[in-house]
Design a protein around this ligand. Structure first.
Ligand code: NCD
Ligand code: ZN
Ligand code: ZN
Length: 434
């Protein structure tokens, strides 16, 4: 039975897991009027729709602060509705989308269009990230005050760095004054130029030009130094290597207000997994060495890397089923991230609590977004997870318009079975009896 925001929803006997609120106990959760009406203990609510959550995890709605929804301009890869639906299927109740669309989200009109489409879709919430520079051109600053007023929580030129350090410093100063977080795609474009995968023995064997890890780590050092100079709050996108983890760690130890994210593929795949020129394993930054994977895992586990984000970057087969060095960079992630995270938990690389935190409270904190906790009277964004419901990733069955997942054929240990936004079910797994 489809539920409406008006109907009360009662989740019975789930494991209520809210790292932000220090909550981890078996009990009930009641949603009414789109808000969380009661948390914990044995709740009785006559007339409410009751869902048995025994054996399941009831977590704050997951938040993905790094996705590419491709609308406006590249709707053949993804659009806001399909992306927001794929997000809900992955357990996400909110996503933040990058501005590298066509036209770029560098002005109020585009931000408003995104918000309108997202509202019409009624799936996961969508927070548009505005551009730092006009058209991502790296030359002229966007109207950040307009972008903020229109609803952007952050700015980024993701897809490329702001190469001009003086301009980036100015951008950070403006953003800081406006309360906008600057999300850095940190890359030394001179050092990475021409590269198709991580620089190392595998690239040599495949005869592909390499991207050294230093192209990322050095750029992160610069971005962190500029943020200190500007007194700005920055978030480092897609950390993939040991040197980057070390740079973020040093900044945090020095007391700097910086956050960072990594993605499921950097935690579970390495450059060797490019195998025989598999373009579904081509993304920027690239899959790194085994040692880098270990360092990134450690960084996420100990909190140096705050957030697990997907960098969901859909591309069509036209752009992927081509020679490796001609293929576009990017892989999808919304529908597999939680499952891959649960795999890391099963392996002992991460606690379940830390995984949920890295996918809810931490991303909310990084971009100053609401949500991320099971809190009384707050909007009822909740994800119900079955950590022991194995499934095999089948690209053809995904809700995203694109099929470029690096995890095709992988058996994952669990998934979201129910995604609830504003007290309304936006996704229910087929076969999950509720
Ligand atoms: N990560 C990628 O490989 N690609 C992203 C751009 C980006 O995140 O830098 C894309 O927009 O396709
Ligand atoms: Zn990027
Ligand atoms: Zn990206």
């Amino acid at each position: 039975m489809p539920s409406t925001a008006n109907q009360e929803l009662l989740l019975k006997n789930g494991r209520l897991l809210c790292p932000a609120g220090g909550l981890d106990e078996v009990g009930d959760l009641l949603m009414a009027g789109g808000r969380i009406a009661a948390v914990g203990g044995d709740i009785n609510a006559p007339g409410a729709r009751v869902i048995d959550c025994a054996g399941l995890i009831v977590a704050p709605g997951l938040i993905d602060i790094h996705v590419h929804l491709r609308e406006p301009g590249q709707e053949y890869k993804e659009d806001i509705a399909s992306g927001a639906r794929a997000a809900a299927a992955g357990g996400f109740t909110a996503v933040a989308c990058m501005p590298n669309t066509s036209p770029t989200n560098d002005c109020k009109a585009v931000t408003e269009l995104i918000l309108r489409r997202a509202a019409a879709a009624g799936q996961a919430r969508v927070y548009p990230i505005g551009a730092i520079t006009v058209g991502l051109g790296g030359e002229m600053l966007s109207e950040m005050a307009d972008l903020r007023d229109a609803g952007c929580p952050a700015v980024s030129d993701d897809g490329r760095p702001v190469a001009d350090s003086r301009l980036l410093r100015r951008a950070m100063e403006y953003a800081s004054g406006l309360g906008l977080v600057v999300v850095c795609h940190s890359e030394d474009m001179r050092l990475s130029a021409g590269g198709a995968m991580h620089e190392g023995p595998t690239a040599t064997r495949l005869g592909l030009a390499g991207i050294p890890a230093e192209a990322e780590a050095l750029a992160i050092e610069r971005d962190i130094a500029l943020a200190a100079l500007a007194g700005a709050r920055v978030h480092i996108a897609h950390v993939s290597c040991a040197g980057s983890v070390a740079a973020v760690r040093r900044a945090k130890e020095a007391g700097q207000n910086v956050s960072a994210e990594t993605c499921p593929h950097y935690l579970t795949l390495c450059d060797e997994d490019v195998g025989d020129y598999d373009t579904h394993r081509k993304m920027n930054p690239p899959l790194r060495s085994r040692d880098d994977v270990a360092a990134v895992r450690q960084g996420l586990a100990d909190g140096t890397i705050d957030v697990l984000a997907t960098d969901h970057a859909p591309h069509s087969s036209l752009e992927k089923l081509v020679e490796f060095d001609k293929a576009l960079f990017g892989v999808t992630g919304l529908e597999t991230a939680l499952g891959v995270g649960l795999e890391l938990v099963d392996e002992g690389a991460l606690s379940l609590k830390r995984l949920i935190e890295a996918m809810s409270a931490a991303p909310a904190r990084a971009l100053n977004l609401p949500g991320g906790a099971l809190k009384l009277n707050e909007p009822a964004d909740v994800t119900v997870i079955d950590a022991a419901r194995p499934w095999v990733v089948e690209p053809a069955r995904m809700l995203s318009k694109s099929r470029n997942t690096p995890f095709a054929g992988r058996r994952l240990p669990g998934r979201a079975v129910l995604t609830i936004r504003d007290g309304r079910v936006i996704y229910q797994l087929e076969g999950f009896a509720a």
